[in-house]
Ligand binder design. Structure first.
Ligand SMILES: Cc1cc2nc3c(=O)[nH]c(=O)nc-3n(C[C@H](O)[C@H](O)[C@H](O)COP(=O)(O)OP(=O)(O)OC[C@H]3O[C@@H](n4cnc5c(N)ncnc54)[C@H](O)[C@@H]3O)c2cc1C
Length: 179
């Protein structure tokens, strides 16, 4: 069904949200579309729906991501660095026996902001929201490098991945300076 930016159909007093209007056709996005449509119908100011839509895939293991992928950034010629943390390197990962899980941060090598977060493994659909919040607030990878996370947690993977990305960016900066 065709709707405008406020989810109004061509019949002005009838709104449509959710699966009936197409992508992304998820419960979470459908609920938010409904809230925004109701606000508009009641004459309330309506903000644009956030571009940061998380995707959760409830497989075993879980998969979740928010923001850009490496393919998208490469296609759009946006320079980025990758920071990776593997659950097996974390105390919590070893405690729960998740040896395959990992978290990947895509960081802008220009302004150090987070461009994407990709998680695979236990709790992926929960963990992704930490990255979504950091991205939504426009924070840089430095926040994650300097933040203290509870130990032992899977959330700590953000700090490990941030350190990985930062170390790579520092190595490249050093090499570039020597050239
Ligand atoms: C197998 C499966 C797994 C999914 N897993 C996830 C997930 O993990 N996370 C996630 O975010 N999304 C998931 N989704 C998508 C999510 O369920 C939908 O995007 C969401 O339910 C859409 O909400 P909706 O209100 O648009 O439609 P619906 O939830 O389908 O609601 C439409 C309602 O209208 C009723 N209805 C239909 N025709 C009529 C009629 N003629 N008269 C009266 N009532 C009618 C239906 O009975 C239904 O209750 C999944 C979908 C499927 C099919």
């Amino acid at each position: 069904m065709r709707v405008d930016a406020d989810y109004a159909t061509p019949v002005p007093h009838i709104y449509a949200v959710g699966d009936v209007i197409g992508f992304p056709a998820l419960a979470a996005t459908s609920m938010e579309q409904g809230r925004l449509a109701a606000q508009h119908a009641c004459g309330e100011p309506v903000p644009d729906m956030s571009e940061l839509q998380p995707i959760g895939i409830y497989t075993i293991p879980e998969i979740s991501f928010v923001g850009k992928s490496e393919d998208e950034l490469t296609r759009e010629r946006i320079p980025f660095e990758v920071g990776i943390s593997r659950y097996r390197e974390l105390a919590r990962g070893q405690i729960i026996g998740d040896s395959y899980g990992m978290l990947k941060l895509l960081v802008s090598s220009e302004d150090r902001r987070l461009l994407g977060v990709h998680v695979f493994g236990t709790g992926a659909t929960e963990l992704v929201h930490i990255g979504q919040t950091v991205m939504g607030c426009g924070a840089t990878v430095d926040y994650l490098v300097n933040a203290v996370f509870n130990y032992p947690t899977l959330a700590e993977s953000y700090k490990v991945a941030a350190l990985d990305a930062m170390n790579k960016m520092r190595a490249i900066a050093r090499l570039t300076a020597e050239m």
